[in-house]
Write a protein that binds this ligand. Sequence first.
Ligand SMILES: NC(=O)c1ccc[n+]([C@@H]2O[C@H](COP(=O)([O-])OP(=O)(O)OC[C@H]3O[C@@H](n4cnc5c(N)ncnc54)[C@H](O)[C@@H]3O)[C@@H](O)[C@H]2O)c1
Length: 363
Amino acid sequence: MALQVVSMKEVRLALIGCGKAASRHRRLFREMPGVRVVAVSDLNPDKARDFAEDLRSAWYTDWREMLERHPEIEVVDIAVPSGLHARVALPVMREYRKHVLLEKPIALLLDEAREMVDTAEALGLKLVTVYQNRFNLPVKLVREALLSGLFGKPVLFSARFYWCRRQDYYDSAAWRGTWALDGGALAQQGAHHVDMLRWLGGEVESVYAEMATRLNRLEAEDLLVGTIRFKNGALGTIEATTCARPRDLGAELVLLGEKGSARLGGFAMNELTHLAFENGGPPGEEVEAHRRNPEDPLGFAHRECLRAALRYFSGEPPDPRLCLGREALASLELIQALYESAERGEPVRFPFTPEKSRLGKGV
Ligand SMILES: NC(=O)c1ccc[n+]([C@@H]2O[C@H](COP(=O)([O-])OP(=O)(O)OC[C@H]3O[C@@H](n4cnc5c(N)ncnc54)[C@H](O)[C@@H]3O)[C@@H](O)[C@H]2O)c1
């Protein structure tokens, strides 16, 4: 049988923000077929120039000038501080009519995120948020088992990460750990774990959380512990901290159902450490093939996520693991609810309006 080669249309992309997260995109885009980075921009000319030399692209310090000079750009990849996502993404969509690829979380304020999602839908633009852990191989295995009913009635969805971030991390950029632009362990590092809980556990009825700032000097928290009641009756927990010492301890995701259980570990929920069902389950070869992500210095999950995003931007239907606008909004809603509860000192029931949460306020 002849091998069918489907060539993907080349996506013409521009980057806004040439910092840490973008440097991973840069390395992946440099070696990925199907994408051409036309131009990059950063307020810091040294960063923009450095990216441009590597990607052989044009560079700018003003992203508006970049978009005006390069009408051929189709997709804008935004990796500026979280509290600025909406300020950049909204005009990129409204004024320049570009599709948007956005680093997580979608935004910090719910109203801003809603406006972004509504704008994308109204203008027929694609809006994808990078939640790469959805592309971990064991996550795929477990989610498929969940969707096929193998776990039976859901009981518990639990996520935790114990990572080490010291003061030098918080001091490395003025926006880190601030309520206006970042948030703490939950909104920054924990956005991935919250997204996983929401994606697997579904709609939320109520949450309760406590938070503290224990080992680092930052405006927001470096420790948050929360509980979640899902609409399907299951409970959930989240433990988010950057206070693990002397080094990272890893992250964990646990699913319990009436007919089965799963546990994922590793640094980023990228290793299957337990899977058992009362009856059946995926075949052994399939479990082995999904036990852990392949070794990949550039990050297997990030690569898969960006590839899937490019396929979507080039006209293919979205991979079900891509986090599209409404899901990214739901994931931010859960982050905001946990902060709102921690600030109020009481449970928060959905739907709710953040009143006391400081996340995203004060820009
Ligand atoms: N998916 C992940 O695992 C992951 C990992 C790290 C960070 N992130 C996300 O990526 C985003 C950026 O984080 P980071 O760690 O790369 O931050 P960073 O500080 O390293 O980079 C941000 C860059 O944006 C630039 N910038 C700010 N305002 C700009 C503007 N108006 N125009 C152009 N450039 C501008 C800054 O000069 C800086 O170079 C955050 O939203 C963060 O949550 C995601």
